[in-house]
Design a protein around this ligand. Structure first.
Ligand SMILES: [Zn+2]
Length: 117
């Protein structure tokens, strides 16, 4: 194997190692969409009667093809948003890791081809 190809292999492996390490830091992730619910509580004289509706956050996600709604209490909003953010990061990382692994596979395939010659 030439030095440059050996370097490429080492580089891909260290990239894969780094990406794998980062994967493990997103275990709190949640795959869901945030929705804001606005409603009137019905109490007379409440601000919502004047059009200032009460807002609450919820997650929606699919389970067995059905939409599920999970209410997010205000004190958990930051945590919920972080979890959603982590999911997006994780998705990007998975794409990145897959691309690295494809490079590695190609590299190994080329190596075995040149050995047969
Ligand atoms: Zn109200």
């Amino acid at each position: 194997m030439t030095a440059s190809r050996w370097n490429a292999l080492t580089r891909f492996r260290s990239q894969r190692h780094a990406a794998s390490q980062r994967l493990s830091t997103h275990g709190q992730m949640i795959k869901a969409s945030l929705v804001v619910n606005r409603r009137r509580c019905g109490k007379p004289g409440c601000r919502c009667a004047e059009g200032q509706l009460h807002e609450s956050l919820a997650f929606t996600y699919k389970r067995d093809g059905k939409s599920v709604l999970v209410h997010i209490p205000q004190h958990l909003e930051a945590e919920a948003r972080q979890a959603q953010h982590d999911y997006r990061k994780l998705k990007t990382l998975v794409e990145e890791l897959s691309a690295i692994n494809i490079k590695l596979l190609k590299h190994k395939a080329q190596r075995s081809k040149s050995r047969q010659r």
